[in-house]
Design a protein around this ligand. Structure first.
Ligand SMILES: Nc1ncnc2c1ncn2[C@@H]1O[C@H](COP(=O)(O)OP(=O)(O)O)[C@@H](O)[C@H]1O
Ligand SMILES: [Mg+2]
Length: 404
């Protein structure tokens, strides 16, 4: 295993940055600065170097810098003479990076596609256009914890599925493509079922083909999640004695149930395919597929007591999540050719007491993970000491640290 790390990050017209460059030396990175400076935006930029919509789940066109928003540098509108026609300057955000692993170096970049402004992004790997964002997962994985995830256990299952799928992607790089294939077939089937409900005769063969696709992709999704959760549980058990509580995990859903009971993937596919055909009427009326991996949930328990995570204190929930993310990083590192994921830990120090903060920094360091952490207060990271690189941010500008 050789360490995987960002050595350079460039943001162009991204959120409140017109242009920023961070030159990194491979240590973990602590980003500090006042509220609204652009710390989370840097983490979001890094998260766009993985498949999906990043850590805020934003629409692609929301990421483009808008000169009229916030206190970022530059104000293009004011520079336009009042008499001149105010044609807005068309801009497209871009994030590029240099990633090093041992002696190898790879350049990975992404940005809004000017030909499909607002709806698609381009991905470039070493200068060549990649077929899509899915290709990014082949190089490295990114996992994040943000304050929004503090409500993960209180909210609906869809957030937890998204969180889980992000982790699964680290060990199953094809996971996002399978998920997209499932969702596409599911949406199309739903459209046909709703048309049928309004009297249009559904194309029987097309419907059956979509259900076959859902069954195949759906079982692959469930199987990947299940395999990952089982590996993670083993890793969590191995980490007993850590400063972070051990999480108990349970993946729920009928497909997961079948696979866990030892049924083959083919049997599970047959079962699901039949179920989809049987449920056309009900799914059409409900406006969604009522059975499938789109309804699975990851139940989490506070290890020592078996208490559901949602009944734990905010601090305990945060500690549980960190425990899961650290176990995932150890798991990733232990796999053949594996490197720990890049960790984006937004406002991470806020809910942690001093002991846990120190334990977190120690674990991150011994994992060899490159973590990007944010906070308003630099002294919260004191225990990290020389093991991290410190970057100061103000008003959409890197003011010190990155290239020292
Ligand atoms: N598309 C955008 N264009 C310009 N500024 C933006 C855009 N989106 C968000 N911002 C600004 O970015 C700032 C928030 O940055 P953020 O990274 O969340 O700050 P923090 O340092 O507190 O984490 C706000 O001032 C917000 O108005
Ligand atoms: Mg922030």
């Amino acid at each position: 295993m050789s360490r995987l790390m960002f050595t350079k990050l460039t943001l162009t017209d991204f959120r409140n940055y017109d242009f920023a460059e961070l030159v990194l030396d491979g240590r973990s990175v602590v980003l500090t600065g006042p509220n609204g400076a652009g710390k989370t935006n840097v983490l979001e930029a890094i998260s766009m170097l993985s498949p999906g919509r990043g850590l805020r789940g934003a629409r692609l066109d929301e990421l483009t810098r808008r000169p009229d928003v916030g206190g970022g540098a530059g104000d293009d509108v004011a520079q336009t003479p009042p008499s001149a026609k105010r044609t807005p300057i068309r801009r497209h955000w871009a994030v590029s990076s240099v990633l090093a692993r041992g002696d190898d170096e790879v350049r990975i970049g992404t940005g809004l596609d000017p030909d499909h402004a607002g709806t698609k992004r381009i991905v470039r790997i070493d200068g060549f256009a990649a077929p899509g964002p899915g290709a990014l997962a082949e190089y490295f994985s990114v996992v994040w914890l943000t304050p929004a995830l503090d409500r993960l256990f209180a909210e609906g299952a869809s957030q937890r599925r998204r969180f889980l799928d992000r982790l699964v992607l680290g060990t199953h790089p094809g996971h996002s493509a399978v998920a997209a294939s499932f969702e596409k077939a599911m949406r199309e089937r739903q459209r046909l079922l709703e048309e049928a409900a309004h009297g249009t005769r559904a194309d029987e063969a097309w419907l059956a083909a979509l259900e076959a696709q859902m069954a195949e992709a759906g079982v692959a999704l469930a199987a990947a999640r299940l395999q990952f959760v089982q590996r993670l549980e083993t890793e969590i058990a191995r980490g007993a004695g850590s400063a972070f509580p051990q999480a108990g995990l349970l993946l729920t859903g009928p497909l997961e149930e079948l696979l866990r009971s030892g049924k083959s993937a083919l049997d599970a596919e047959d079962w699901y395919h039949t179920e989809l055909m049987r449920r056309r009427g009900a799914d059409g009326a409900a406006g969604r597929a009522l059975v499938g991996p789109n309804r699975s949930d990851l139940e989490v328990f506070f290890g020592p007591s078996g208490r559901p995570a949602k009944d734990c204190s905010t601090g305990e929930q945060k500690a549980l999540l960190i425990g899961i993310v650290l176990a995932n990083a150890r798991l990733k590192r232990s796999l053949a050719g594996g490197a720990p994921p890049v960790l984006l830990l937004d406002e991470i120090a806020a809910h942690l007491d001093e002991g846990r903060r120190e334990a977190l920094f120690d674990e991150l360091y011994s994992l060899g993970a490159q973590a990007f952490m944010t906070g308003t207060d630099r002294h919260l990271f004191k225990a990290f000491g020389e093991r991290a690189q410190y970057v100061e941010i103000a008003n959409g500008r890197v003011t010190s640290g990155a290239s020292d």
